[in-house]
Design a protein around this ligand. Structure first.
Ligand SMILES: Nc1nc2c(ncn2[C@@H]2O[C@H](COP(=O)(O)OP(=O)(O)O)[C@@H](O)[C@H]2O)c(=O)[nH]1
Ligand SMILES: [Mg+2]
Length: 470
């Protein structure tokens, strides 16, 4: 969505920026499209806002080589690359985080984009003699992780997808949420002549089940098809009126045939379109994961998150063996998985948080053959809301965090708990041992003009863009 006056300013700024660059007449332009994804509330909006803010201000980026080595010249917002994709509303999100009463940005849905030009001096003396100044055009694409989870559907037929989905729905905690839809599915005759009414009823029950999966505490991660809960611009579209059915393929004009037809149409018009228009054009991808939130959710929530992670890794298979490559061609060569909101725990725990995420990714990776894509993991906080402090309790030194928890007004020192180094995350008899609290954005964040404070955002940037800024 465009804010006319701000955009005008931005445009004027970029024109000047371009003119200066062109005047030098020695510009070398490159473009990188960075995908930012993650499930709802995983931290995408805050990540993009903090990243852009720190780049525009050449701020707190000691571990980004181009700024650390003094080669960075300037970054500017540029007009949108694609006219039909909404603009990432950087200004509004930043204003929320840095206002008089700092607050988290409003939740966002669907896809959005922002383009930034970064001017810098190349690293190598040889390249500098040819191009004293280079420009990297960075296109950031923020899209729901729920849509990424849809990509593996491209190689699943309706029967197979139905089987998997029904199987999953029969186990707790899903079984209770799926009860009404399951009852419908067991009762309906897939061979009966297709009735629109019946199809709509099945789809409505199935959609209600998916919404319930997200609503419950602990929330579940693996939800397909993604547009049933994150429809983007497809709200109420007839394309979304299908659901899995038990059994095998049935004859023409049966309910089964109708559902299969719609499932296939969904794959073609929604999933494949998203793949070709957006995913296949990405060069780099960062996936945000609220690992601490999943730990709060207990063993069931955590294993559901692991499964979703595994599913979301599939599209990153590369090289000749990867069916995605063969099918449509994705060119992502670096994937970063971030455990977000690391400021909820003491800095001494960040190593264990990263190790935990490493474990999940390694497990998932062993099922998937990666070729060509470099994969990295990090524990980050896009906006650092706490400080790590040591407090004494009953003669014991506890590593705590100090910040303003949501729902309170004053800074509080809290012992958030620890993440065990091994894999004994849930000792028997302790189903929900974790309770990592949420914090308010800190007052006066970035008021010094140096960009929002963060944890390892610069290291994330170095991995994602460092080679393009060399
Ligand atoms: N403490 C802390 N909380 C965060 C951070 N990033 C996100 N959050 C919390 O997570 C919520 C969701 O973040 P958001 O970026 O809107 O998620 P999105 O739905 O993936 O775009 C925010 O409202 C904050 O409560 C962070 O770096 N530190
Ligand atoms: Mg968002």
């Amino acid at each position: 969505m465009r804010i006319p006056d701000l955009t005008d300013l931005t445009d004027a700024g970029s024109r000047l920026f371009d003119q200066l660059g062109d005047a030098a007449g020695r510009m070398l332009e490159g473009e990188v499209r960075l995908g930012v994804t993650g499930l709802r509330r995983s931290g995408k909006t805050v990540f993009v806002t903090a990243l852009v803010d720190n780049l525009l201000k050449a701020g707190r980026l000691p571990f980004l080589d181009v700024t650390a080595s003094g080669r960075f010249q300037a970054a500017r917002l540029k007009p949108q690359p694609d006219a039909d994709v909404p603009r990432f509303d950087y200004e509004t999100h930043l204003a929320a985080l840095t206002g008089a009463a700092p607050d988290w940005p409003q939740p966002t849905r669907g896809i959005s984009q922002l383009r930034l030009a970064i001017r810098f001096r190349p690293d190598s003396a040889l390249r500098r003699t040819v191009h004293p100044v280079s420009t990297l055009n960075l296109v950031i694409v923020d899209y729901p992780g729920e849509w990424l989870l849809d990509l593996p559907l491209l190689h699943l037929g309706f029967a197979e997808w139905s089987r998997m989905t029904l199987e999953m729905a029969r186990h707790p905690p899903r079984a209770a949420l799926a009860a009404e839809w399951l009852a419908w599915a067991m009762d309906v005759d897939p061979a009966a002549p297709a009735e629109e009414e019946e199809a709509r009823r099945g789809a409505a029950l199935y959609t209600a089940y998916l919404h319930a999966c997200r609503r419950i505490e602990p929330g579940l991660s693996l939800i397909q098809p993604g547009r049933f809960v994150e429809p983007g611009d497809m709200k109420n579209a007839p394309l979304l009126t299908f659901c899995p059915l038990p059994g095998e393929r049935r004859g023409r004009h049966s309910l089964w045939a109708l559902m299969e037809e719609r499932y296939d149409a969904y794959k073609t018009s929604v999933v494949r379109r998203f793949f070709t228009e957006h995913f296949a054009r990405l060069d780099r991808q960062v996936v945000m994961i609220d690992v601490l939130g999943a730990l709060n959710a207990g063993p069931v929530g955590l294993s559901d998150m692991k499964r979703a992670l595994e599913t979301s890794l599939e599209p990153f298979r590369h090289g000749r063996a990867g069916w995605f490559d063969w099918l449509l061609g994705s060119k992502i060569d670096r994937v970063l998985f971030c455990a977000t909101k690391a400021d909820h725990i003491a800095a001494s725990q960040h190593g264990n948080l990263k190790a935990l995420l490493d474990g999940f990714v390694a497990e998932a990776r062993s099922h998937i053959r990666f070729e060509g894509a470099a994969v990295e993991t990090m524990a980050i906080a896009s906006l650092k809301c706490t400080d790590s402090v040591v407090a004494e309790h009953d003669g014991r030194q506890l590593r705590c965090v100090r910040g303003v928890p949501v729902g309170r007004d004053r800074p509080t020192v809290l012992f958030p708990g620890e993440i065990p180094a091994g894999h004994k995350l849930f000792p028997p008899g302790h189903e929900r041992p974790y309770n990592f609290l949420s914090f308010k954005p800190p007052a006066g964040a970035g008021a010094d003009g140096r960009g929002l404070p963060h944890v390892r955002l610069d290291q994330a940037l170095q991995f994602l863009l460092g080679d393009h800024l060399a």
